[in-house]
Design a protein around this ligand. Structure first.
Ligand code: 9MR
Length: 375
């Protein structure tokens, strides 16, 4: 398939997955982490196992924690993608209007690049974590501030971010728009304005809408589905939907995979962006397995990010929702995720010009029939 003007434009994806595949291959060859059992290949880190099927496995991090030896060692060993848990948010990056601070984000990107990791950007526009000066703005002042913020942040990191969470958490449980200051001041058009601005500032990044409570087919995911459908029909540059997946061991996951699949079938990439699952032991492990199996079963699911990796630093301070305990020891849930990643069909149906993994690409893109971002 050649990239013509009528092709979809997964330029960022192609660039990025190629780099992950290359890093994974080099890493595996150098360290011998692939074990052969019969004809099946099994990698023994999360990132390497995900790369086998052309996917990434990432984590949210705090760049200020990189100086902690066990933290950095576990991160570097296991993951091939990172996102800033807080350092790229509006309050962190533009604490005063027009005065940008990229120190945490730059540190994260530098670390990721030194380790050959992908970078997710989180998040350009959100009703929460807005600096005080934004909260007081109205009308066109707020609109201009939003556009300038996107231009400033996405522009600064342009070419270094694989996927941006352009807009975060803009829907209510009933599938209607959240009545945030953005919605109330700017009206329904604000989300597409944000995506167009992000596309202008970083044309190669995969642009995602990201939300929680979308862990199955429900009123909220229905509302988002309708928005994506509408954006694609009108050529609004959206590439991806992020499913945060803050879950508990007993969360209802009965339509989790089906929900990912219906979005992928629209022609957007799907990503699991903030996974963490409360609880412990086999109940927790089974829920992690279910989510991981769902992603690897959906061709358009590009990868999984967990929202921190050690229980030592989870935002859910009273719970133990991550894959490593407070002493950086692997939990049962770790084994479940690794096994599910290793069980995925290997990447590579040979249809990419550069021969890199392509199994995460939705069928419409591989066939060149998608109208997604036809520009
Ligand atoms: O984990 C993050 C926590 O450290 C911050 O205090 C909080 C507010 O910025 O945000 C948390 O991350 C959230 C993410 O940005 C969006 N989805 C929900 C996450 C958990 O609250």
């Amino acid at each position: 398939m050649s990239l013509t003007s009528s092709s979809p434009t997964p330029r960022g994806r192609r660039r990025v997955r190629a780099s992950v595949a290359a890093v994974a291959t080099v890493g595996l060859a150098a360290t011998g982490v692939i074990a052969f059992s019969g004809t099946a290949r099994a990698a023994d880190t999360l990132g390497a196992a995900a790369a086998e099927s052309g996917r990434y496995f990432g984590t949210a991090i705090g760049p200020h924690l990189l100086g902690e030896a066990d933290y950095a060692a576990t991160l570097n060993q296991e993951f091939n993608s990172v996102v800033a848990e807080n350092d790229m948010k509006w309050d962190a990056t533009e604490p005063s209007q027009g005065q940008f601070n990229f120190s945490g984000g730059d540190r994260l990107v530098e670390h990721a690049q030194s380790q050959g990791m992908e970078v997710r950007g989180h998040t350009l526009v959100w009703h929460a974590q807005q600096p005080g000066w934004v909260q007081g703005l109205t009308g066109d002042s707020l609109r201009q501030a939003m556009l300038d913020h996107i231009d400033g942040v996405a522009g600064h990191f342009a070419g270094q971010i694989d996927s941006w969470d352009v807009v975060n958490e803009a829907f209510e449980w009933d599938g209607s728009r959240r009545q945030s200051n953005l919605q109330q001041q700017l009206g329904d058009g604000w989300i597409e304005e944000a995506f167009r601005a992000a596309d202008a500032a970083d044309p190669d990044a995969t642009l995602c809408y990201n939300d929680y409570g979308t862990d199955g087919i429900n009123a909220k995911s229905d509302g988002i589905y309708r928005m994506v459908e509408d954006f694609l029909a009108r050529g609004v540059p959206i590439d991806c939907v992020g499913f945060q997946s803050h879950l508990d061991s007993n969360s209802d996951l009965s339509s989790y995979q089906q929900n990912l699949q219906r979005f992928a079938d629209l022609g957007v990439e799907v990503q699991i962006t903030e996974l963490d699952i409360g609880g412990s032991g086999s109940a927790q492990a089974n829920a992690y397995r279910t989510v991981t199996e769902a992603c690897v079963a959906v061709q358009g699911c590009a990868g999984i990010t967990i929202w921190g990796f050690t229980d030592k630093y989870s935002w859910r301070a009273d719970d133990t929702p991550l894959l490593f305990d407070t002493n950086y020891q692997k939990k049962e849930a770790y084994g479940a995720v690794l096994d599910a990643l290793n069980a995925a069909a290997p990447a590579g149906d040979g249809d990419q010009e550069d021969g890199t993994a392509s199994s995460y690409l939705p069928a419409a893109w591989r066939e060149g029939t998608s109208t997604h971002r036809a520009t």
